[in-house]
Design a protein around this ligand. Structure first.
Ligand code: GRF
Length: 251
């Protein structure tokens, strides 16, 4: 029997990506992985309610976002102390992968170095060179995409390295920019793709189908051997079905 790989989520807000993992696991789409806990740095974040409802343990740790510090050094110390607590959880719970899902803090170099190629993030853009990085958060990403005039955006699942949003990409999905688009309309369409792409990337990872290139610039991903892509798609249809019904309800 294969031992399930354990995920630890780091999240700060709405938690819709976290929810998509819960749903994928409940529907039997994601296999051989389990969510061991959610670390949250915002005490009123809806992701905490989602976790409690799903019976998943939560770790509320005071974060640095939105807090005032007397110096940048003090802020950095607080960030490192936060990450140290996360690393303690990683060790005590024998975590295999840390999944950032709407986490509003930058992970410190110490954390990244202590858990290399085991921390994953999703960013709501296709081209992370242009639309990723420290200040590219929330609606700013989509507004920048629209004002640049590119024809498509999307989402990218990538390893977290010392360079914000620039770690090797595991999976990307395109979403076209449509006439009359606004940042929020584009963002909503991208979010639906995120909910499909993020679980897929993690399933590929836990099955050992992702190999980072020697240069560290990108990944080789084996989607196709043993018809993996077909079996994945067949399973994920159950989620897509629920997603489309919910979408229709909101229209
Ligand atoms: C997502 O758009 C994700 O790409 C970005 O933050 C947002 C989080 O949304 N990193 P949610 O909290 O998962 O609903």
């Amino acid at each position: 029997m294969t031992l399930a790989k354990k995920l630890l989520f780091l999240a700060s807000g709405r938690g819709s990506n976290f929810q998509s993992f819960v749903d994928h696991i409940e529907l039997g789409i994601l296999r051989n992985l389990l969510i061991a806990g959610v670390v949250c740095n915002q005490n009123r974040a809806p992701v905490l309610d989602r976790a409690r409802k799903a019976g998943i343990q939560t770790f509320e740790i005071e974060g640095v976002t939105g807090k005032k510090f007397s110096s940048p050094e003090e802020r950095e110390e607080a960030r490192i102390a936060f990450d140290k607590q996360c690393l303690d959880i990683v060790k005590s719970q024998s975590i295999d992968f840390v999944v950032l899902a709407g986490f509003d803090q930058i992970v410190s170099k110490k954390f990244v170095d202590a858990f290399p190629l085991k921390i994953i993030n999703i960013h709501p853009a296709y081209d992370l060179k242009k639309f990723g990085g420290k200040n590219m958060i929330g609606s700013r990403v989509h507004e920048s995409v629209l004002s640049s005039g590119v024809e498509y955006s999307g989402c990218t699942v990538h390893f977290v390295t010392g360079k914000v949003d620039q770690g090797p990409a595991i999976l990307k999905r395109r979403v076209p920019v449509l006439p009359g688009d606004t940042g929020s309309k584009l963002g909503e369409r991208i979010l639906l793709e995120e909910h499909l792409a993020y679980p897929e990337a993690l399933q590929l990872l836990v099955e050992g189908r992702v190999l980072v290139s020697d240069s560290g610039d990108g990944c080789f991903v084996d989607f196709y051997s043993d018809n993996w892509d077909i079996f994945w798609y067949e399973r994920q249809c159950a989620y897509i079905d629920i997603q489309s019904k919910q979408k229709r309800l909101h229209e």
